[in-house]
Structure formats: structure tokens, C-alpha cells
Ligand binder design. Structure first.
Ligand SMILES: *[C@@H]1O[C@H](CO)[C@@H](O)[C@H](O)[C@H]1NC(C)=O
Ligand SMILES: *[C@@H]1O[C@H](CO)[C@@H](O)[C@H](O)[C@H]1NC(C)=O
Ligand SMILES: *[C@@H]1O[C@H](CO)[C@@H](O)[C@H](O)[C@H]1NC(C)=O
Ligand SMILES: *[C@@H]1O[C@H](CO)[C@@H](O)[C@H](O)[C@H]1NC(C)=O
Ligand SMILES: *[C@@H]1O[C@H](CO)[C@@H](O)[C@H](O)[C@H]1NC(C)=O
Ligand SMILES: *[C@@H]1O[C@H](CO)[C@@H](O)[C@H](O)[C@H]1NC(C)=O
Ligand SMILES: *[C@@H]1O[C@H](CO)[C@@H](O)[C@H](O)[C@H]1NC(C)=O
Ligand SMILES: *[C@@H]1O[C@H](CO)[C@@H](O)[C@H](O)[C@H]1NC(C)=O
Ligand SMILES: *[C@@H]1O[C@H](CO)[C@@H](O)[C@H](O)[C@H]1NC(C)=O
Ligand SMILES: *[C@@H]1O[C@H](CO)[C@@H](O)[C@H](O)[C@H]1NC(C)=O
Ligand SMILES: *[C@@H]1O[C@H](CO)[C@@H](O)[C@H](O)[C@H]1NC(C)=O
Ligand SMILES: *[C@@H]1O[C@H](CO)[C@@H](O)[C@H](O)[C@H]1NC(C)=O
Length: 551
């Protein structure tokens, strides 16, 4: 929606001197309660002019006094940020050993006494990285200028939980390989388009590889789902939205063959739509953007020849030429499993049924400038199989399938001032190794919204969102299956000021969340917030927390 505004910030002159505690609803990480743990501060950094000054970079060594290195029961990161003033939302990229391990986004500050938030991220799955000394980096590009004075005062700490008989060491890969720019001086995500390619050489005795992908749209791609098909772009003001339709597919290719894809979840940053309905409850995913999983194991027989292979990440639309605007930030992680012997793995891919692009359609009609309906659909069926023979003579039959569906129905009315979107995006990805499920991702990410500019000045608007994140996920065999269900409804009003500091808005946000997993852990939270512009207060009429992970 904000092709020119990019992201809006809100000024809320708090009449009461108090620091507002912002949060994204999420389950607390599953960590042992009754074992020794050690907490190490990694970063204490003020992100002010960090576009120019660069990221926070530090050397992180494994603690020597918290159980044996590399066999912890769990590892978590605590990100705590305070900020006071006015600022845009900013993207945060954590990389360790050139591997992106966490993508986050900031809450927008308030003047008065500002805001604080803490998010605890489970990074147990990256234990091979935490077991070796390496460069730890947080890129959080920020800018201080007239009217923008919010500095992000940031503390990052790692907590290592010692393993015990009751809490065995967490499962881990033998090796982690980044699909990243490998930069030591910036966050390691690549900006696409153009497609990002990298040569990867895996050990010859690799028997399985599980990929995790990071992807978020920024700039003209921040609100990609409201971008209109190119066919209708001449029918609307470019002040209102951008081109190249509302479908995005993130693709992973190996030597030019599609290995797997993701239909990304919509993470609305805290300056998105109506900044005041994201205070104090962020949009689901804003503090920990969801990631996507692909079983790359069917490619193992092709990859174990000791030579470099071409891994490609890109993002494409439903247009005939698949084009998108600039600034999708992508990266990936390969969790690599090796054979117990050093003998090379052999085998062959027996089925590769994956077209280069999803099957898409764009339909619709315009009756006037700023008055049209457009529907984009996409379906994706991938089926890849392989027989893999390890050096220790273990035979594994791998079946990797994806079945994804997408519809994006947009209406623009009233000279384009009134937009509605109804999007569905759901699917089922699964992988079995000799019939045993090793990866399973059953998701549904419905998103609907109204966005109503009150007049041609485009300076005030109302909006509402109804969106969900429903996912039953087994990312890979190193982790357990979990079920997350989040439903959030918001509405509000926003008025741009004559200068950056005059913005004004209100909103409500109702959030219902539940988590459960294969070990019987549960967590639920129902929380509603009202952000009022009349008396500059945030009211929380409802906040119920339940489940055995509740504090
Ligand atoms: C996270 O870090 C902050 C800042 O150091 C600290 O105040 C807070 O207690 C920590 N939270 C947890 C759950 O460790
Ligand atoms: C936030 O900044 C204002 C000045 O802009 C100051 O009066 C106030 O004390 C600050 N609050 C905190 C908690 O630092
Ligand atoms: C990053 O640092 C590593 C270790 O010092 C070095 O091997 C590598 O060449 C560096 N990468 C770049 C892109 O400079
Ligand atoms: C990968 O390596 C080959 C040589 O083995 C080289 O020709 C190619 O340009 C490299 N590709 C990338 C993406 O670096
Ligand atoms: C790597 O694969 C991509 C996608 O097929 C292709 O565009 C690119 O040219 C390839 N790079 C090399 C060096 O072969
Ligand atoms: C793709 O087509 C659109 C029009 O539909 C055009 O604006 C764009 O430049 C084309 N992109 C490429 C890479 O050819
Ligand atoms: C693409 O979708 C159309 C319409 O749903 C269907 O008829 C066609 O078989 C699909 N093609 C492929 C390759 O899946
Ligand atoms: C729309 O954009 C044009 C330039 O592209 C600009 O001159 C005009 O002021 C904008 N209108 C609004 C309402 O922002
Ligand atoms: C929207 O903004 C315009 C221009 O500032 C103003 O004339 C109008 O009254 C505003 N509408 C509402 C409902 O605040
Ligand atoms: C939030 O819940 C309250 C109480 O049920 C309801 O009155 C309000 O309309 C809801 N707001 C949204 C945006 O769903
Ligand atoms: C937000 O402000 C608008 C415009 O002043 C008003 O109509 C609406 O009732 C307000 N909503 C809330 C939740 O305070
Ligand atoms: C602030 O205004 C809202 C809506 O108008 C109201 O529900 C709330 O009780 C008010 N809070 C205070 C502290 O007056």
C-alpha cells in the first residue's frame, strides 16, 4: 500500500510516563527447567546511523564451563531492545559463521518514555555453529535525521543449557553450510532479483541434507500481496500500489533444477497498514519471521561427487515473465548429515517432477481508472524421488512432495482509494525416508484486509486485517513436530501529520494463539489491545495465558 510511504511511523505522546512493553505473541522456547544454564552477553550496541556505520560484529566462543561443548540440551538467544522517540520499523538479520540464524524486525518507538521488547529465540538447531568460535553479527540498519531520532539500544545474550540424563543433548547435524553471500562485514542475505547463485561443495559421504530458507519482501515488495497484476497497473495511481501482482514463490534450484519452493507467509512490519494497531501487540512473525523447509536429500546422489554445485535462490511472480520488484532478502541453511564411514555416497534421482514455475493464472476486469477486480491463482505440485546408498551400505528411498495452493483476490474501487484483499495460501509438503516422515509442513496462511483512504490527499485512512498462521511443522528429523495456530484481527484509523512528527492514529488488535508439540508441551494466549488516540493510552481488556509452558 505504501509505495511512496514505504513504512509509516506513529507518534504517540504518552501522557503517562511509562515505558510501553511491546511483544509478538509466541510460545516460550522448550528448555529444561532444572539443569544448569549459563548466560553470555554477546552484543550490547546502539543502532543509530547503522546504515552507514554497519552491523554489530563480535567473536563468540563456546562457554567452557557449562557442560561439554556441543552437547547442550538447548540454546536460546535473548534479544532485548529499548528505544525512545520516533523511528521507522527496521529489519534485523543475525548471522553466525556466515549463516543467517534469525530474521527479526523492530517495533516502532514512542516519544515520552519509549518502548522495550524482549524476544527469546530457540537456536538449539544451530548447535554445530555454537560449538565453534566464530563471527556473530547483527545487522540492523537504522538512520537518524530530522524527525527521526529513535536509536535502537540492543542487548543480545545466549543461554546454554547443560545436558543431563533427563535432558539429553539436542540432536544436531554433522555440518551446517550457508546459502548466503558469505560476507564477514554485513548480514549475509542476498537481495533478489536477480537470482542469487552460489557454489556449494558437500562432503562425499553426505547422506541427507535439509534446507531452511529465509525470505522477506522489502521496499516495493513489502506489501507484495497488494501489488496489482501488470495488466491492471495502468489502471491505478502508482502512489497507491506497485506492479507485478500479488503472488510470490521463493524457489531453491540446484544445478538449474527446482528442488523445492515456499509460498511465503505475510509478515506485516510494525509500520505496516496502521502502525497504531500493532502497539503493543505486533503482527504474528514480526519478531521472528517464519522460515521454510525443503528436503534436499533427493539431490544427494548428484551432490556427492566432490565438485561444486550451483544452488540458486530467487523469488518470482505470476506474471508471464515472472518478474518482481527489487529487494527480496533471501538466504538459506543446509543441515548436512554424514555417513558413519568416509566412503562416498552413491545412488540416483529416480523421479524429478517439478516444473520451473508454479501453474498460475491472472484474471480480472477494469471498468474505470482505479476500479477493477483481479484474481491471481497458483498451484504447485512437486514430486522428487531418489535412491541413496551410503558408504556403509545403507539404502534409503527418499520421496519429497509439495502440494501448494494460492489465491489472491483484489478489488480496487473509488479511484483506487478503497482496496480489499482476500488471500488464501495453504499446502502440504512432506518427505519420507524409507517410509518414515522426516519433514512435514501443513500450513494455511489466510489474509484478508480492507484499506480505505479517506480522500485523495492519501493522508488519512482506515484499515482492518484478519489473518492467521496455522502450521503443523516437522522441519527436519533433528526437531520435533509442533502445531501453531494464531489468529489476529485488527482495525484502526491513521492520520499523517504535516511533518514527520505529527502522525496520529488508533487501533485495536485481538490475538488468539496456541502451541502444542510432540513432547506434550502446550501454551495458549488470548490477548486484546485498544490503542486510543483520545487519551493516549493503551488498554489491554483481555490477557489470558495458559498451558504447561506458561510462566
Ligand atoms: C532478557 O534480557 C534482558 C536484558 O538483559 C533481561 O532483562 C531479561 O530478564 C532477559 N529475559 C530472559 C527471559 O532471560
Ligand atoms: C525519553 O526521551 C524523553 C525526551 O525526548 C525524555 O524526557 C525521557 O526521560 C526519555 N525516557 C526514557 C525512559 O529514557
Ligand atoms: C570471512 O572470514 C573467513 C574467516 O576469516 C575467511 O575465510 C573468508 O574468506 C572471509 N570472507 C570474505 C568474503 O571476506
Ligand atoms: C561455480 O564454479 C564454477 C567452476 O567450477 C564457475 O564456473 C562458476 O562461475 C561458479 N559459480 C558461481 C555461482 O560462483
Ligand atoms: C546457476 O543456476 C541458475 C538457475 O538455473 C542460473 O541462472 C545460473 O546461470 C547458474 N550459474 C552458473 C554459474 O552456472
Ligand atoms: C516483465 O514484463 C513486465 C510487463 O508485464 C515489464 O514491465 C518488465 O520489464 C518485464 N521484466 C523483464 C525482466 O523482462
Ligand atoms: C494448471 O492448472 C490448470 C487449471 O487448474 C490445469 O488444467 C492444468 O492441468 C494445470 N497444469 C499443471 C501442469 O499442473
Ligand atoms: C502522486 O505522485 C505524484 C508523482 O508521482 C505526485 O506529484 C503527487 O503529489 C502524488 N499525490 C499524492 C496524493 O501523494
Ligand atoms: C483526512 O485528511 C484531510 C486532509 O488533511 C482532511 O481534510 C479530512 O478532514 C481528513 N478526514 C478525516 C476523517 O479525518
Ligand atoms: C476485538 O474483540 C472485542 C471484544 O470481543 C470486539 O469488540 C472488537 O470488535 C474486536 N476487534 C477486532 C478488530 O476484532
Ligand atoms: C479511532 O479514531 C477514529 C477517528 O477519530 C474514530 O472514529 C474511532 O472510533 C477510533 N477508534 C478507537 C478504537 O479508538
Ligand atoms: C481511553 O479511551 C478508551 C477509548 O475511548 C477507553 O476505553 C479507555 O478506558 C480510556 N482510558 C483511560 C485511562 O481513560
Amino acid at each position: 500500500m505504501f509505495s511512496l510511504l514505504w513504512s509509516i511511523f506513529l507518534l504517540l505522546s504518552s501522557s503517562r510516563a511509562s515505558v510501553i512493553q511491546d511483544f509478538q505473541v509466541a510460545q516460550p522456547p522448550v528448555v529444561p527447567a532444572d539443569t544448569k544454564s549459563c548466560t553470555v552477553e554477546i552484543i550490547s550496541h546502539d543502532f543509530a546511523n547503522s546504515f552507514a556505520d554497519g552491523p554489530a560484529i563480535t567473536q563468540l566462543n563456546p562457554p567452557q564451563d557449562c557442560g561439554s561443548v556441543g552437547s547442550w540440551a538447548a540454546i536460546t538467544l535473548n534479544l532485548t531492545v529499548t528505544t525512545n522517540g520516533t523511528q521507522f520499523d527496521r529489519l534485523g538479520i543475525f548471522t553466525f559463521h556466515n549463516v543467517e540464524i534469525w530474521r527479526t524486525s523492530t517495533f516502532e518507538p514512542t516519544i515520552g518514555d519509549g518502548i522495550i521488547w524482549t524476544y527469546i529465540k530457540d537456536v538449539t538447531q544451530y548447535m554445530p555453529l555454537f560449538s565453534q568460535p566464530g563471527e556473530f553479527l547483527l545487522e540492523l540498519d537504522n538512520l537518524i535525521e530530522t524527525g527521526l531520532d529513535g536509536v535502537y539500544f540492543t542487548i543480545v545474550a545466549a543461554t546454554y543449557y547443560e545436558s543431563s540424563t533427563d535432558h539429553p543433548p539436542a540432536k544436531k547435524a554433522d555440518m551446517i553450510i550457508p546459502l548466503s553471500t558469505l560476507s564477514n562485514t554485513t548480514g549475509d542475505d542476498a537481495s533478489v532479483p536477480p537470482a542469487f547463485s552460489l557454489n556449494v561443495t558437500v562432503p562425499k559421504n553426505t547422506v541427507a541434507i535439509y534446507a531452511e530458507l529465509f525470505a522477506s519482501g522489502n521496499g516495493l515488495e513489502e506489501d507484495w500481496f497488494l501489488n496489482v497484476p501488470d495488466e491492471f497497473f495502468p489502471d491505478i495511481s502508482s502512489n497507491i500500489t506497485s506492479s507485478h501482482d500479488g503472488f510470490r514463490e521463493v524457489r531453491l534450484l540446484i544445478d538449474g533444477l527446482v528442488a523445492g519452493v515456499a509460498f511465503p507467509y505475510i509478515t506485516v512490519f510494525s509500520g505496516g497498514f496502521i502502525p497504531s494497531f500493532w502497539r503493543p501487540i505486533g503482527s504474528y512473525g514480526v519478531a521472528e519471521l517464519p522460515t521454510y523447509f525443503v528436503d534436499v536429500s533427493p539431490f544427494v546422489p548428484l551432490l556427492t561427487d566432490g565438485s561444486p554445485h550451483n544452488f540458486t535462490l530467487d523469488v518470482v511472480s505470476a506474471e508471464t515473465n515472472h518478474t518482481i520488484n527489487s529487494n527480496w532478502f533471501v538466504s538459506g541453511i543446509l543441515q548436512v548429515i554424514l555417513d558413519t564411514t568416509s566412503e562416498p555416497t552413491t545412488g540416483r534421482m529416480t523421479v524429478h517432477s517439478a516444473s520451473d514455475y508454479a501453474n498460475t493464472s491472472i484474471t480480472g476486469f477494469a471498468t474505470d481508472f482505479g476500479h477493477f477486480d483481479a484474481t491471481v491463482t497458483a498451484t504447485r505440485d512437486i514430486h522428487i524421488e531418489a535412491d541413496i546408498r551410503s558408504g556403509s551400505d545403507q539404502l534409503t528411498h527418499v520421496v519429497w512432495k509439495q502440494d501448494l495452493r494460492f489465491t489472491n483476490i483484489q478489488t480496487y474501487r473509488n479511484n483506487g482509494l478503497l482496496a480489499t484483499l482476500t488471500q488464501t495460501s495453504y499446502g502440504n509438503s512432506s518427505s519420507t525416508h524409507n517410509g518414515v516422515a522426516v519433514l512435514s509442513d501443513i500450513f494455511s496462511y489466510p489474509f484478508s484486509t480492507n484499506f480505505d483512504y479517506l480522500d485523495e490527499t492519501l493522508t488519512n485512512w482506515t484499515s482492518s486485517i484478519d489473518h492467521s498462521y496455522d502450521r503443523v511443522l516437522l522441519p527436519n528429523p533433528l526437531r520435533m513436530v509442533s502445531t501453531i495456530s494464531n489468529h489476529q484481527t485488527t482495525d484502526g484509523f491513521f492520520q499523517l501529520g504535516s511533518d514527520k512528527s505529527g502522525n496520529f492514529g488508533n487501533g485495536t488488535n485481538n490475538n488468539t494463539f496456541s502451541y502444542s508439540d510432540a513432547e506434550g508441551n502446550t501454551y495458549t494466549r488470548r490477548v486484546n489491545a485498544i490503542n486510543s488516540n483520545f487519551n493516549d493510552t493503551i488498554t489491554i481488556p483481555l490477557d489470558e495465558v495458559g498451558g504447561n509452558l506458561a510462566p
